[in-house]
Design a protein around this ligand. Structure first.
Ligand code: DX5
Ligand code: ZN
Length: 217
């Protein structure tokens, strides 16, 4: 049985108090801190870079799960590794993810590949052979607070089936975007086990209870 992990996205949190924010996530039972890095090119908005990761690093022992929505991710791996990233996810639309895995892993960082909603799931299959995790976007990357795209469910199932077929039944499958207490059950039933949640966690009145309910889905 795969362990369900909850990865709140700090995109929905208070950047002015970033250290306190990640500490609060840890105190309230989060498993990872999901860091949404956007460069204004791969996606229109700009959020933050390695310097933010370095700034929050001393404030939590949780793994920092860095989702790089950037062009030329290969030019940023060293900086994020040095900043204290525990996991780096690179988009298959922006690079040859498998090629980058070696560089990421050589630095002692876990490596993941991401695909966008319009990218066929088969594009993630070569990466599934070697990745520590595959991330499936369930919204168009760039903004928090969007609606979950239901077609993602079939992609999760197809990817989990493929993982089983290649003898990697336990591979972490992360899903990102529009996940709520209402739809998380379907996401987990389809075969995902790492759940990103921005709005659902940060806009809730009781963060601990929300994280626990998301996990028990
Ligand atoms: C979108 C980001 C997501 C997003 C999740 O580009 O990768 O991590 O912030 O936020 P919610 O849960 O609000 O959709
Ligand atoms: Zn993300």
């Amino acid at each position: 049985m795969l362990q369900i992990k909850i990865a709140p996205s700090i995109l929905a949190g208070d950047f002015a108090a970033a250290g306190a924010m990640v500490k609060k996530l840890e105190e309230n039972g989060a498993d990872y801190v999901h860091c949404d890095v956007m460069d204004g090119n791969f996606v229109p908005p700009i959020t933050f870079g390695a310097q933010m990761v370095k700034a929050i690093r001393p404030h939590t022992a949780l793994p920092l799960d860095c989702h790089l929505m950037v062009l030329h991710p290969e030019t940023h791996i060293a900086d994020f590794a040095a900043a204290g990233a525990d996991m780096i996810s690179v988009h298959c639309e922006a690079c040859d993810a498998v090629k980058l895995f070696r560089e990421i892993k050589e630095r002692g960082v876990k490596a993941a590949a991401v695909i966008n909603p319009e990218t066929p799931v088969e594009k993630a299959f070569p990466a599934a052979e070697e990745a520590d995790m595959i991330l499936l976007m369930s919204v168009h990357p760039g903004w928090g607070g969007q609606k979950f795209i239901p077609e993602t469910l079939a992609k999760i199932e197809a990817l989990r089936d493929y993982c089983v077929k290649i003898g990697r039944a336990e591979l972490d499958i992360e899903v990102d975007g529009g996940i709520t207490e209402q739809n998380v059950g379907e996401v987990v039933n389809a075969g995902a086990n790492v759940i990103v949640a921005g709005s659902a966690v940060f806009k809730s009145a009781d963060m601990r209870a929300t994280i626990e309910r998301l996990r028990r889905a």
